[in-house]
Design a binder for this molecule. Structure first.
Ligand SMILES: Cc1cc2nc3c(=O)[nH]c(=O)nc-3n(C[C@H](O)[C@H](O)[C@H](O)COP(=O)(O)OP(=O)(O)OC[C@H]3O[C@@H](n4cnc5c(N)ncnc54)[C@H](O)[C@@H]3O)c2cc1C
Length: 370
């Protein structure tokens, strides 16, 4: 079968790439190895942080573009995709000052609040440092986002094929590639590979990918003690202070948000056990879970630290923590989203579709730079 573009992987990034290619008027087929809505990768569940707390201009410009594209997609699909409940960042105020000045240079509103004022405002949380509050942040409705991307992409002619694993990718020329599945071979001008935790397995030997580490991450939803608190619970990032003994049990900074109907999600970032995505146990690592409960006990007075439901999900991380958005001949790759990609999804889709048409991505995302 002949198409303009084949997309490998039906998670957030593949779905967004398929939508952007379809918007450009090209024929596109997306191939996903598992069924629609599976929980075996990195894009499942109801919520992700939509967090503007970056100091790197490339990320700030990209999240601003993503905001515009999320709003457009919400209008086109009729689905609400963002809940802008605000985001509070605390700990490491020295780093937050850099975020705040980057915001000022790009006209993004954010303000520092004293810890006492923040505690009065958000009674379910405890603060020790000044808090950088970013009102135009909050949550992305992840499952709704996947549905909206597919809905609009298919409306524009894209084909989404589930339970269709790609077995091989054969580069046949500068503008020609063959994508092999059990039933069909697809011939295309470009293939966009957004295979998440499986990127290395699929692309090793085809293009020079930097090392990618796949970890099994395990945030958890904690039950709210007072359901009313759900009406005023911001998304949050909390960094430990170096050299402070009380923080010595932390595995990493903590991120979190409210998931309506499920509780407050909190998690360590990028420290889960290294896994082979095809040989996971989907079980929480007990010591990390116990430490997360302790975190909830000490810093989230609004939740029950003993009533939590762990989630299992994969991070695919580069050594730098930066994404890989690059092209090698007819093969475009989107990988290494390092646990912070979802908020950027529609903008990543646009960059990948542009790469397929020859427009380079920001230098920060070059494979050789990561
Ligand atoms: C616990 C957790 C919390 C997170 N929190 C946030 C957050 O708050 N904010 C934020 O911005 N980001 C967050 N992220 C990161 C974000 O969810 C990811 O960056 C994003 O979902 C990555 O999408 P993806 O499409 O690259 O990966 P995936 O969703 O894993 O998609 C890859 C797809 O490729 C398919 N595939 C692989 N190999 C093949 C093959 N051979 N043939 C066909 N299909 C194949 C897989 O089955 C999979 O469906 C979080 C991630 C996790 C795990």
């Amino acid at each position: 079968m002949q198409v303009d573009v084949v997309v490998v992987g039906g998670g957030a990034m593949g779905s967004a790439a398929a939508l952007s290619v379809a918007r450009n008027g090209q024929s596109v087929v997306l191939l996903e190895q598992f069924e629609a809505g599976h929980h075996l990768g990195a894009s499942h569940g109801a919520t992700r942080n939509f967090n503007l707390a970056y100091s790197e201009p490339t990320y700030l410009e990209m999240v601003q573009e993503a905001r515009t594209l999320w709003d457009e997609l919400a209008a086109e699909s009729g689905l609400q995709l963002l809940d802008l409940v605000g985001l509070v960042n605390h700990g490491r105020v020295d780093l937050l000052r850099g975020v705040h000045s980057a915001h000022r240079s790009l006209g993004i509103s954010s303000e520092f609040l004293p810890a006492e004022e923040a505690e009065a405002r958000w009674k379910g949380m405890r603060f020790r440092s000044e808090v950088l509050y970013v009102p135009s942040s909050g949550r992305v409705r992840a499952d709704q986002a996947l549905a909206a991307l597919r809905l609009v992409a298919e409306r524009l002619g894209a084909r989404f094929c589930y339970s269709t694993p790609v077995r091989d990718i054969v580069v046949a020329g500068a503008d020609s590639v063959v994508v092999v599945t059990d039933r069909t071979e697809y011939r295309a001008r470009r293939v966009i590979v957004t295979a998440g935790a499986w990127s290395w397995k699929l692309l090793a030997g085809i293009l020079p990918l930097p090392p990618l580490t796949v970890t099994q991450e395990q945030p958890a939803h904690f039950r709210l003690l007072e359901p009313d608190m759900a009406r005023n619970w911001p998304s949050f990032n909390h960094a430990p202070e170096p050299g402070v003994p009380e923080d010595s049990y932390w595995y990493s900074p903590v991120y979190g948000m409210l998931t309506p109907g499920e509780g407050v999600k909190a998690g360590w970032h990028g420290v889960g056990p290294v896994v082979d995505p095809d040989r996971r146990n989907f079980l929480p690592e007990p010591a990390q879970l116990e430490a997360l409960r302790r975190y909830a006990r000490e810093w989230l007075p609004g939740v029950d630290p003993d009533a939590c439901v762990p989630i299992s999900c994969t991070y695919t991380s580069t050594a730098t923590g930066n994404f890989i958005l690059d092209r090698f001949g007819p093969v475009v790759v989107g990988a290494g989203f390092s646990g912070h990609g979802f908020k950027f999804t529609p903008a990543v889709g646009r960059v990948l579709a542009d790469l397929a048409d020859g427009t380079p991505a920001p230098a920060l995302f070059a494979a050789a730079a990561n």
